[in-house]
Design a protein around this ligand. Structure first.
Ligand code: HEM
Length: 340
Protein backbone atom coordinates (compact mmCIF):
# COMPACT_ATOMS: atom_id res chain seq x y z
CA UNK A 1 0.00 0.00 0.00
CA UNK A 2 2.87 2.45 0.71
CA UNK A 3 4.26 1.95 -2.79
CA UNK A 4 0.81 2.55 -4.30
CA UNK A 5 0.43 5.66 -2.15
CA UNK A 6 3.77 7.04 -3.34
CA UNK A 7 2.81 6.35 -6.98
CA UNK A 8 -0.56 8.08 -6.54
CA UNK A 9 1.00 11.12 -4.88
CA UNK A 10 3.64 11.35 -7.60
CA UNK A 11 0.97 11.25 -10.31
CA UNK A 12 -1.10 13.94 -8.58
CA UNK A 13 1.75 16.34 -7.85
CA UNK A 14 3.25 15.97 -11.30
CA UNK A 15 -0.08 16.93 -12.89
CA UNK A 16 -0.54 19.82 -10.49
CA UNK A 17 2.93 21.27 -11.04
CA UNK A 18 2.53 20.97 -14.78
CA UNK A 19 -0.61 23.11 -14.54
CA UNK A 20 0.99 25.62 -12.14
CA UNK A 21 4.11 25.75 -14.31
CA UNK A 22 2.02 27.00 -17.23
CA UNK A 23 0.96 30.06 -15.25
CA UNK A 24 4.41 30.53 -13.67
CA UNK A 25 2.84 31.00 -10.24
CA UNK A 26 1.60 28.82 -7.43
CA UNK A 27 0.23 29.30 -3.96
CA UNK A 28 2.11 26.47 -2.29
CA UNK A 29 -0.38 25.88 0.52
CA UNK A 30 -3.30 25.54 -1.92
CA UNK A 31 -1.42 23.13 -4.16
CA UNK A 32 -0.20 21.12 -1.17
CA UNK A 33 -3.66 20.95 0.47
CA UNK A 34 -5.11 19.76 -2.79
CA UNK A 35 -2.66 16.98 -3.57
CA UNK A 36 -2.30 15.73 0.00
CA UNK A 37 -6.09 15.57 0.28
CA UNK A 38 -6.48 13.66 -2.97
CA UNK A 39 -3.71 11.19 -2.23
CA UNK A 40 -4.93 10.48 1.31
CA UNK A 41 -8.54 10.06 0.11
CA UNK A 42 -7.44 7.71 -2.64
CA UNK A 43 -5.64 5.57 -0.07
CA UNK A 44 -8.59 5.59 2.33
CA UNK A 45 -11.64 5.39 0.07
CA UNK A 46 -10.22 4.71 -3.37
CA UNK A 47 -10.02 6.92 -6.48
CA UNK A 48 -13.01 9.27 -6.71
CA UNK A 49 -14.30 9.94 -10.20
CA UNK A 50 -16.95 12.48 -9.27
CA UNK A 51 -14.95 15.74 -9.10
CA UNK A 52 -17.88 17.64 -7.63
CA UNK A 53 -18.33 15.15 -4.76
CA UNK A 54 -14.59 15.18 -4.06
CA UNK A 55 -14.54 19.01 -4.02
CA UNK A 56 -17.47 19.05 -1.58
CA UNK A 57 -15.70 16.54 0.66
CA UNK A 58 -12.52 18.64 0.61
CA UNK A 59 -14.31 21.83 1.56
CA UNK A 60 -16.29 20.00 4.27
CA UNK A 61 -13.08 18.57 5.76
CA UNK A 62 -11.64 22.10 5.80
CA UNK A 63 -14.73 23.36 7.67
CA UNK A 64 -14.39 20.56 10.24
CA UNK A 65 -10.70 21.38 10.72
CA UNK A 66 -11.46 25.06 11.17
CA UNK A 67 -14.16 24.33 13.72
CA UNK A 68 -11.74 22.44 15.93
CA UNK A 69 -10.31 25.60 17.50
CA UNK A 70 -13.56 27.57 17.41
CA UNK A 71 -15.66 28.43 20.44
CA UNK A 72 -18.27 25.68 20.80
CA UNK A 73 -21.31 27.79 20.01
CA UNK A 74 -23.98 25.81 18.19
CA UNK A 75 -25.62 28.75 16.43
CA UNK A 76 -26.05 29.08 12.67
CA UNK A 77 -23.33 31.33 11.24
CA UNK A 78 -20.59 30.33 13.71
CA UNK A 79 -17.47 28.44 12.65
CA UNK A 80 -18.31 25.70 15.10
CA UNK A 81 -21.81 25.22 13.67
CA UNK A 82 -20.44 25.14 10.11
CA UNK A 83 -18.01 22.42 11.20
CA UNK A 84 -20.81 20.32 12.71
CA UNK A 85 -22.90 20.60 9.55
CA UNK A 86 -19.89 19.70 7.42
CA UNK A 87 -19.10 16.67 9.59
CA UNK A 88 -22.66 15.45 9.15
CA UNK A 89 -22.39 15.75 5.34
CA UNK A 90 -19.07 13.87 5.33
CA UNK A 91 -20.47 11.06 7.45
CA UNK A 92 -23.60 10.82 5.24
CA UNK A 93 -21.47 10.57 2.11
CA UNK A 94 -19.26 7.88 3.66
CA UNK A 95 -22.29 5.96 4.93
CA UNK A 96 -23.66 5.94 1.37
CA UNK A 97 -20.34 4.61 0.12
CA UNK A 98 -20.46 1.78 2.68
CA UNK A 99 -24.04 0.91 1.68
CA UNK A 100 -23.08 0.82 -1.96
CA UNK A 101 -20.12 -1.47 -1.29
CA UNK A 102 -22.25 -3.85 0.79
CA UNK A 103 -24.94 -3.96 -1.91
CA UNK A 104 -22.31 -4.85 -4.50
CA UNK A 105 -21.05 -7.67 -2.25
CA UNK A 106 -17.99 -6.94 -0.13
CA UNK A 107 -16.03 -10.03 -1.05
CA UNK A 108 -16.59 -9.63 -4.77
CA UNK A 109 -15.28 -6.09 -4.67
CA UNK A 110 -11.62 -6.01 -5.67
CA UNK A 111 -10.83 -2.63 -4.13
CA UNK A 112 -7.89 -2.54 -1.74
CA UNK A 113 -8.37 0.81 -0.02
CA UNK A 114 -8.43 1.29 3.75
CA UNK A 115 -12.24 1.49 3.96
CA UNK A 116 -12.53 -1.86 2.18
CA UNK A 117 -9.98 -3.40 4.56
CA UNK A 118 -11.93 -2.19 7.59
CA UNK A 119 -15.27 -3.33 6.15
CA UNK A 120 -13.96 -6.80 5.35
CA UNK A 121 -12.36 -7.07 8.77
CA UNK A 122 -15.51 -6.06 10.61
CA UNK A 123 -17.45 -8.52 8.41
CA UNK A 124 -15.17 -11.40 9.48
CA UNK A 125 -14.67 -10.45 13.15
CA UNK A 126 -16.94 -11.71 15.91
CA UNK A 127 -19.71 -9.21 16.77
CA UNK A 128 -17.96 -8.22 20.03
CA UNK A 129 -14.69 -7.44 18.25
CA UNK A 130 -16.00 -5.95 15.03
CA UNK A 131 -15.78 -2.20 14.52
CA UNK A 132 -19.16 -0.54 14.12
CA UNK A 133 -19.84 1.51 10.99
CA UNK A 134 -19.60 4.70 13.05
CA UNK A 135 -16.16 3.68 14.34
CA UNK A 136 -15.03 2.95 10.80
CA UNK A 137 -16.25 6.35 9.62
CA UNK A 138 -14.57 8.07 12.57
CA UNK A 139 -11.29 6.38 11.72
CA UNK A 140 -11.46 7.50 8.10
CA UNK A 141 -12.25 11.12 8.98
CA UNK A 142 -9.57 11.19 11.70
CA UNK A 143 -6.92 10.04 9.26
CA UNK A 144 -7.88 12.66 6.68
CA UNK A 145 -7.82 15.42 9.29
CA UNK A 146 -4.58 14.22 10.94
CA UNK A 147 -2.80 13.85 7.63
CA UNK A 148 -3.87 16.59 5.24
CA UNK A 149 -3.34 19.95 6.88
CA UNK A 150 -0.25 18.84 8.83
CA UNK A 151 1.56 17.61 5.73
CA UNK A 152 0.43 20.50 3.52
CA UNK A 153 1.63 23.00 6.13
CA UNK A 154 4.98 21.23 6.42
CA UNK A 155 5.41 21.27 2.63
CA UNK A 156 4.63 24.98 2.56
CA UNK A 157 7.31 25.80 5.15
CA UNK A 158 9.82 23.62 3.33
CA UNK A 159 9.27 25.54 0.08
CA UNK A 160 9.53 28.84 1.96
CA UNK A 161 12.80 27.87 3.70
CA UNK A 162 14.33 26.85 0.39
CA UNK A 163 12.96 30.01 -1.23
CA UNK A 164 14.86 31.99 1.40
CA UNK A 165 18.01 29.88 1.06
CA UNK A 166 18.72 29.92 -2.64
CA UNK A 167 22.21 28.41 -2.24
CA UNK A 168 20.76 25.33 -0.60
CA UNK A 169 18.02 25.25 -3.22
CA UNK A 170 20.68 25.23 -5.97
CA UNK A 171 22.73 22.55 -4.26
CA UNK A 172 19.71 20.31 -3.79
CA UNK A 173 18.53 20.91 -7.35
CA UNK A 174 21.77 19.75 -8.82
CA UNK A 175 21.71 16.58 -6.67
CA UNK A 176 18.08 15.85 -7.55
CA UNK A 177 18.55 16.51 -11.28
CA UNK A 178 21.41 14.09 -11.24
CA UNK A 179 19.22 11.46 -9.59
CA UNK A 180 16.37 12.24 -12.01
CA UNK A 181 18.59 11.65 -15.02
CA UNK A 182 19.43 8.22 -13.58
CA UNK A 183 15.71 7.45 -13.15
CA UNK A 184 15.07 8.56 -16.73
CA UNK A 185 12.10 10.62 -15.55
CA UNK A 186 10.19 7.45 -14.59
CA UNK A 187 7.46 7.64 -11.94
CA UNK A 188 9.08 7.75 -8.51
CA UNK A 189 9.24 4.55 -6.47
CA UNK A 190 10.17 3.93 -2.83
CA UNK A 191 13.57 2.71 -4.07
CA UNK A 192 14.15 6.10 -5.71
CA UNK A 193 13.16 7.89 -2.52
CA UNK A 194 15.64 5.79 -0.55
CA UNK A 195 18.48 7.26 -2.60
CA UNK A 196 17.52 10.87 -1.76
CA UNK A 197 19.72 11.36 1.26
CA UNK A 198 20.22 15.13 1.15
CA UNK A 199 16.57 15.76 0.20
CA UNK A 200 15.51 13.66 3.16
CA UNK A 201 17.70 15.75 5.45
CA UNK A 202 16.07 18.84 3.95
CA UNK A 203 12.65 17.39 4.80
CA UNK A 204 13.77 16.70 8.38
CA UNK A 205 15.28 20.15 8.78
CA UNK A 206 12.05 21.73 7.49
CA UNK A 207 10.05 19.67 9.95
CA UNK A 208 12.34 20.72 12.81
CA UNK A 209 12.21 24.41 11.94
CA UNK A 210 8.46 24.41 11.34
CA UNK A 211 7.50 22.11 14.27
CA UNK A 212 3.97 21.80 12.92
CA UNK A 213 2.61 20.30 16.16
CA UNK A 214 4.21 22.71 18.63
CA UNK A 215 3.37 20.79 21.78
CA UNK A 216 1.40 17.77 22.88
CA UNK A 217 -0.31 17.20 26.19
CA UNK A 218 -0.07 14.15 28.41
CA UNK A 219 -1.62 13.14 31.74
CA UNK A 220 0.70 11.65 34.37
CA UNK A 221 -0.61 8.20 35.30
CA UNK A 222 1.42 8.04 38.50
CA UNK A 223 3.75 10.18 40.62
CA UNK A 224 7.12 10.37 38.93
CA UNK A 225 10.29 12.39 38.61
CA UNK A 226 11.63 13.86 35.36
CA UNK A 227 15.00 15.64 35.32
CA UNK A 228 14.69 16.33 39.04
CA UNK A 229 11.12 17.69 38.82
CA UNK A 230 8.43 15.97 40.85
CA UNK A 231 5.32 15.31 38.80
CA UNK A 232 2.16 14.19 40.55
CA UNK A 233 -0.38 11.69 39.31
CA UNK A 234 -3.13 13.31 37.15
CA UNK A 235 -1.09 16.42 36.36
CA UNK A 236 -1.35 17.57 32.78
CA UNK A 237 2.09 17.91 31.22
CA UNK A 238 2.83 19.67 27.96
CA UNK A 239 5.73 18.37 25.94
CA UNK A 240 7.02 21.54 24.31
CA UNK A 241 8.52 20.19 21.08
CA UNK A 242 9.23 23.65 19.65
CA UNK A 243 11.42 24.65 22.60
CA UNK A 244 13.40 21.44 22.23
CA UNK A 245 13.83 21.97 18.46
CA UNK A 246 15.13 25.51 19.11
CA UNK A 247 17.27 24.72 22.14
CA UNK A 248 20.91 25.66 21.36
CA UNK A 249 22.01 22.92 23.77
CA UNK A 250 20.32 20.40 21.47
CA UNK A 251 20.78 21.97 18.01
CA UNK A 252 23.73 24.26 17.22
CA UNK A 253 22.62 27.57 15.82
CA UNK A 254 18.97 26.46 15.88
CA UNK A 255 17.52 29.32 13.82
CA UNK A 256 19.75 28.44 10.87
CA UNK A 257 18.20 26.27 8.16
CA UNK A 258 20.88 23.63 7.71
CA UNK A 259 19.93 20.13 6.46
CA UNK A 260 23.50 18.89 6.94
CA UNK A 261 23.06 19.08 10.72
CA UNK A 262 21.38 15.69 10.30
CA UNK A 263 24.69 14.19 9.15
CA UNK A 264 25.44 13.70 12.83
CA UNK A 265 23.69 11.28 15.16
CA UNK A 266 21.03 12.92 17.25
CA UNK A 267 20.44 12.85 20.97
CA UNK A 268 17.50 10.65 21.96
CA UNK A 269 14.15 12.48 22.07
CA UNK A 270 15.60 15.57 20.42
CA UNK A 271 13.55 15.25 17.20
CA UNK A 272 9.90 15.32 18.20
CA UNK A 273 8.19 16.42 15.00
CA UNK A 274 6.04 13.29 14.99
CA UNK A 275 5.79 12.94 18.76
CA UNK A 276 7.43 10.04 20.58
CA UNK A 277 6.53 6.87 22.40
CA UNK A 278 3.35 4.87 22.04
CA UNK A 279 1.37 7.72 20.45
CA UNK A 280 3.93 8.52 17.77
CA UNK A 281 2.37 9.74 14.53
CA UNK A 282 0.85 6.83 12.61
CA UNK A 283 1.31 8.58 9.29
CA UNK A 284 4.92 9.71 9.61
CA UNK A 285 6.18 7.56 6.77
CA UNK A 286 3.41 8.75 4.49
CA UNK A 287 4.14 12.35 5.47
CA UNK A 288 7.85 11.96 4.68
CA UNK A 289 7.02 10.32 1.35
CA UNK A 290 4.70 13.18 0.37
CA UNK A 291 7.26 15.81 1.37
CA UNK A 292 10.09 14.10 -0.51
CA UNK A 293 8.08 13.60 -3.69
CA UNK A 294 6.75 17.17 -3.62
CA UNK A 295 10.28 18.48 -3.13
CA UNK A 296 11.79 16.34 -5.87
CA UNK A 297 9.14 17.24 -8.43
CA UNK A 298 9.23 20.95 -7.60
CA UNK A 299 12.99 21.23 -7.63
CA UNK A 300 13.52 19.19 -10.80
CA UNK A 301 10.77 20.90 -12.81
CA UNK A 302 11.69 24.49 -12.04
CA UNK A 303 15.07 26.13 -12.34
CA UNK A 304 14.19 28.36 -9.41
CA UNK A 305 11.39 29.69 -7.33
CA UNK A 306 11.12 32.83 -5.33
CA UNK A 307 8.57 34.30 -2.99
CA UNK A 308 5.97 36.37 -4.81
CA UNK A 309 4.97 38.07 -1.55
CA UNK A 310 7.41 38.60 1.32
CA UNK A 311 4.77 39.12 3.96
CA UNK A 312 5.65 36.68 6.76
CA UNK A 313 2.62 37.25 8.98
CA UNK A 314 1.00 34.14 10.34
CA UNK A 315 -2.62 33.09 10.00
CA UNK A 316 -4.56 33.79 13.19
CA UNK A 317 -6.45 30.90 14.75
CA UNK A 318 -4.89 28.33 12.48
CA UNK A 319 -4.54 24.89 14.01
CA UNK A 320 -0.84 24.86 13.04
CA UNK A 321 1.40 27.90 12.50
CA UNK A 322 1.27 28.85 8.84
CA UNK A 323 1.80 31.82 6.56
CA UNK A 324 -1.30 33.92 6.06
CA UNK A 325 -0.62 34.38 2.35
CA UNK A 326 -0.23 30.61 1.83
CA UNK A 327 3.26 31.18 0.35
CA UNK A 328 2.78 32.40 -3.21
CA UNK A 329 5.82 31.70 -5.40
CA UNK A 330 6.98 32.58 -8.91
CA UNK A 331 8.19 29.60 -10.89
CA UNK A 332 10.68 29.39 -13.71
CA UNK A 333 10.29 26.07 -15.57
CA UNK A 334 13.41 24.14 -16.54
CA UNK A 335 13.79 23.73 -20.28
CA UNK A 336 14.08 19.94 -20.44
CA UNK A 337 15.83 20.13 -23.85
CA UNK A 338 18.66 22.01 -22.11
CA UNK A 339 19.11 19.39 -19.44
CA UNK A 340 20.59 16.53 -21.40
C1 HEM B 1 4.14 16.47 8.39
C2 HEM B 1 3.02 15.86 8.69
C3 HEM B 1 2.64 15.37 10.05
C4 HEM B 1 3.02 15.82 11.29
C5 HEM B 1 3.98 16.98 11.61
C6 HEM B 1 2.36 14.99 12.27
C7 HEM B 1 2.56 15.12 13.64
C8 HEM B 1 1.98 14.29 14.57
C9 HEM B 1 2.26 14.32 15.99
C10 HEM B 1 3.24 15.27 16.69
C11 HEM B 1 1.52 13.36 16.59
C12 HEM B 1 1.52 12.97 18.06
C13 HEM B 1 0.59 13.82 18.87
C14 HEM B 1 0.68 13.42 20.32
O1 HEM B 1 1.61 12.73 20.73
O2 HEM B 1 -0.20 13.83 21.08
C15 HEM B 1 0.72 12.72 15.54
C16 HEM B 1 -0.20 11.72 15.76
C17 HEM B 1 -0.95 11.14 14.75
N1 HEM B 1 -0.83 11.34 13.40
FE1 HEM B 1 0.44 12.63 12.51
N2 HEM B 1 1.57 14.09 11.63
C18 HEM B 1 1.72 14.26 10.28
C19 HEM B 1 1.11 13.54 9.27
C20 HEM B 1 0.21 12.51 9.46
C21 HEM B 1 -0.39 11.72 8.40
C22 HEM B 1 -0.09 11.86 6.90
C23 HEM B 1 -1.28 10.87 8.99
C24 HEM B 1 -2.19 9.83 8.39
C25 HEM B 1 -2.68 9.85 7.16
C26 HEM B 1 -1.21 11.10 10.43
C27 HEM B 1 -1.94 10.43 11.38
C28 HEM B 1 -1.74 10.55 12.74
C29 HEM B 1 -2.52 9.79 13.73
C30 HEM B 1 -3.63 8.80 13.44
C31 HEM B 1 -2.01 10.16 14.98
C32 HEM B 1 -2.48 9.66 16.36
C33 HEM B 1 -1.63 8.48 16.79
C34 HEM B 1 -2.03 7.96 18.15
O3 HEM B 1 -2.53 8.73 18.98
O4 HEM B 1 -1.85 6.76 18.39
N3 HEM B 1 -0.29 12.11 10.66
N4 HEM B 1 1.04 13.28 14.33
Amino acid sequence: PTAAFAAAFDRLITARLLADGCTGRAVVLDAALDVTFRAICEMLIGPQEDAHKLGQLQSDVMDVTQAMLALPIRLPGTRFYRGLQARKRIMDALRQEICMRRENGLKLDRRDDFLQTLLLKSHMDSPEEALTDEQILDNILTLIIAGQVTTATAITWMVKYLGDNTDLQEKLRSIQLDLASKHHDAPLTLQHLNTMDYAYKTVKESLRMATIVSWFPRVALKDCQVAGFHIKKDWIINVDARSIHYDPAVYDNPTLFDPSRFNDDMKPYSFLVFGAGSRTCLGMNLAKIMMLIFLHRLITNFSRWEMADHDTSLEKWAMFPRLKNGCPIRLTPIRKDKMH
